[in-house]
Ligand binder design. Sequence first.
Ligand SMILES: Nc1ncnc2c1ncn2[C@@H]1O[C@H](COP(=O)(O)OP(=O)(O)OP(=O)(O)O)[C@@H](O)[C@H]1O
Ligand SMILES: [Mg+2]
Length: 439
Amino acid sequence: MIGQGPARRAAGIILKMVQEGKIAGRSILMAGPPSSGKTAIAMGMAMTLGSDVPFVTLAGSEIYSLEMSKTESLTQAFRRSIGVRIKEETELIEGEVVEIQVDRSVTGATKTGRLTLKTTDMETIYDLGTKMIDQLAKEKVLAGDVVQIDKTSGRISKLGRSYGRAKDYDALGADTKFVQCPDGELQTRKEVVHTVSLHEIDVINSKTQGFLALFAGDTGEIKPELREQINAKVSEWREEGKAEIVPGVLFIDEVHMLDIECFSFLNRALESELAPLVVMASNRGITQIRGTKYMSPHGIPLDLLDRVLIISTKKYELDDIKQIIRVRAQEEDVSFEDSALDALTHIGSHTSLRYALNLIAPSNHVAKRRKATEVSVQDLRLAYKYFTDVGRSLAFIEEQQDLLMFGESGASNSGNSAGQPMGSGYSANVSESAPMEIS
Ligand SMILES: Nc1ncnc2c1ncn2[C@@H]1O[C@H](COP(=O)(O)OP(=O)(O)OP(=O)(O)O)[C@@H](O)[C@H]1O
Ligand SMILES: [Mg+2]
């Protein structure tokens, strides 16, 4: 990530608080103009948190498209962002796979086989039944993998590849993890920790849905009584030391899309005992609160605004824009001549960062057409000509007013019905960006 120092430092402090578990019932608002890195910072936070802490993303408009009530989908989002770390003691077999041998009967109906596992100290051969063979195949276990087999359930999990076999294959996926070959006994007793979210526990325990609903994503509404039972059970586990609550992060992007009912739900939900950290993002100024006729900063009611910590993100400076473009170009495997990079930076600061980023790929295609490896100013100029930014598009619309459908003539485009600053903001830009020349 580049630039946006204060906002990123603020996000860092929040992350510290999340990791120390001091966040229940807090909420953060990231406010700033479009493409100033709000979503990017939130994604960065998610990556830093690690896999154990839930991070749930929800776009404000999403709650209207699901086949359930708004408050139900918010409740589910809340419960998806609270993890329960469950500790279990099990007997495990853990070792590096030396060899897998499978003998098929003539009809193929039954399979038997042998699995040879080793640690640095010993090696043992286990007999395999059909079920285990199928599981090994499903997990794509190969010789050289370090695996863990749960003795009671027979579940196999792949821990990674053994360092000793690292050089055997050069076509490994980027996510291949290398681990040490285990030492000591093959059989061990281990405390295993699973983290599941409260929502997953809800779904698994709701009779009408069953756990398969987790995969379909179509979980329907869950009864409040069931949730109460599960909360009670989880707090019982907590007292017995079997489970631990891991409050995670719920990120609500485009939060101004929520309406007054959702906001009052949020207000109350933040006070409940099991609440995650809620991070909201909005690019709106003073605008109407959805579902009311009242205006409020960011379209959020004042009583909710009062309890949030606000982080503001600023529009990027020229240097930052250049850096971001450079990083993005590298990611897309596109190289720019220095002068073209300067020109694109210039475009980014005069139109929008997103538009500049969107031009990277098309200008690369233009460059490829003339068999060049680097994008030149000329290539960029063509891409800039082919794809207009909002400012030029608006100028075009105004010019063609009479030919386009549903055009309201003249002045009214600043009075957008949702009270968004869109129209006015961009029409001010038109005169600036329309005649812009790439030098
Ligand atoms: N600091 C940064 N470092 C690298 N890339 C960035 C940075 N900030 C923004 N970007 C990139 O710029 C683009 C726009 O940023 P982002 O989506 O975070 O904006 P936003 O503030 O969420 O805007 P909106 O209000 O329109 O949702 C994204 O493609 C993102 O990857
Ligand atoms: Mg965003």
